[in-house]
Design a protein around this ligand. Structure first.
Ligand code: SAM
Length: 356
């Protein structure tokens, strides 16, 4: 009788002493996975898509993503963000979230942190079911608070009202915090910064401004289009004095601010002017089941092929085969991106086809 408890005690001790965490060759712990569950999108945002092309890559059955995520979680992934394309277009999403919510982290034996990034168009009806299924957090992409500007960007008439209703439904459902991400481009929506500050204060959401990266289907990006942090802060200051907030954790990508009266939170994410690759904890899984180790990777790593055609007699890989492939892939994670440098090469996929 003593032996099993001694053994289980030893296992418990080993788990505490050496948590199984994926680590890359730069000693970065890889704990964060973004999963694109469809390459389709119902918006054609002018800075993201040409407007002429639809989905370019296939999508897998939800059961395949679930199996992959289970293997990732077994290796130490703790946060999973569902994205796309537009993830709310995917049938079976609520059931998928319910299954994901049953998975637990190996390090702390807690449920995974489950988040979702959406354009919000279909959120009004889905916010409560998603919350009930176990979604913890939501980020809504929104690049203007002026309805006409918003419709020009998304190329969908009436889109602003849909998204606003979606945000409010998410609040009622208790999804907390709600983050609203805005990609800023000079001469395009940089006149929206103060209006967004007011929106954050009035709606009780965290607004985050994100620098535009060279990840578009068209060729729009140039250093001049990117609006650096100091310019955003100067505009916010023209509205009210801002106060810097402490980071929530060491790998946080946003620099956080509030105003002098403590009302409203604004984040600024500056992957171009203040790259945070040194703290990168992310992997991405594309809708067709390929791992990307960096947004700017030149290669995909085909996890789906291992699942379907790997293993003994090429009849399909076991979970151990998938885990070994993931570990080998993580070993190849890039040190950093090279945006703005002479040797920069555009990545092999654009944002909408990777999963932002
Ligand atoms: N459809 C969902 C949405 O709208 O959030 C998820 C996919 S979308 C590609 C994810 C995010 O990527 C959006 O917030 C979008 O604004 C952002 N994005 C697209 N192209 C970008 C670029 N070139 N630079 C920075 N962010 C970009």
């Amino acid at each position: 009788m003593l032996l099993p408890s001694v053994i289980s005690g030893a296992v418990e001790e080993a788990r505490v002493a050496a948590p199984p965490v994926l680590t890359d060759r730069y000693n970065r712990a890889i704990t964060d996975l973004r999963v694109s569950i469809t390459d389709r999108c119902n918006y054609r945002c002018v800075y993201c898509r040409t407007g002429n092309e639809g989905a370019q890559f296939s999508e897998l059955p939800m059961a395949d993503y679930l199996r992959m995520v289970r293997v990732f979680a077994g290796l130490g992934i703790e946060k999973v963000r569902l994205t796309g394309g537009e993830p709310l277009l995917r049938k079976g999403l609520v059931e998928f979230v319910r299954e994901l919510a049953k998975l637990r982290t190996v390090r702390t034996d807690e449920p995974l942190d489950l988040a979702l990034t959406t354009n919000g168009h279909l959120l009004e009806d889905l916010a409560a079911p998603l919350k009930d299924a176990g979604l913890t957090r939501i980020t809504v992409s929104m690049d203007a608070v002026d309805p006409a500007t918003f419709a020009r960007i998304t190329r969908v008439p009436g889109s602003f009202d849909h998204v606003l209703r979606g945000i409010r439904a998410a609040q009622r459902a208790g999804l907390d915090p709600i983050k609203v991400n805005c990609v800023l481009l000079r001469g395009f929506n940089d006149d929206q910064i103060v209006a967004f500050a007011k929106f954050a204060r009035e709606e009780g959401v965290i607004v985050r401004f994100i620098e535009f990266m060279p990840l578009e289907e068209d060729r729009l990006w140039s250093p001049d289009v990117v609006i650096p942090i100091r310019e955003v802060v100067a505009q916010l200051e023209s509205f009210r004095p801002v106060v810097r907030l402490a980071a929530n954790n060491h790998s946080e990508t946003a620099v956080r601010y509030t105003f002098d009266d403590g009302i409203g939170e604004i984040g600024i994410i500056a992957p171009v002017s203040q790259a945070f690759c040194g703290q990168c904890s992310r992997l991405r899984l594309t809708s067709d089941g390929k791992i990307r180790t960096c947004l700017f990777s030149q290669f995909d790593h085909d996890l789906y092929a291992v699942m379907k055609h790997g293993g003994v007699m090429k009849r399909g890989g076991s979970d151990a085969d998938l885990a070994a492939f993931i570990e080998r892939t993580v070993a190849q994670k890039e040190a950093r991106h090279h945006i703005g440098e002479p040797n920069f090469l555009k990545p092999s996929r654009t944002m909408v086809h990777i999963g932002g």
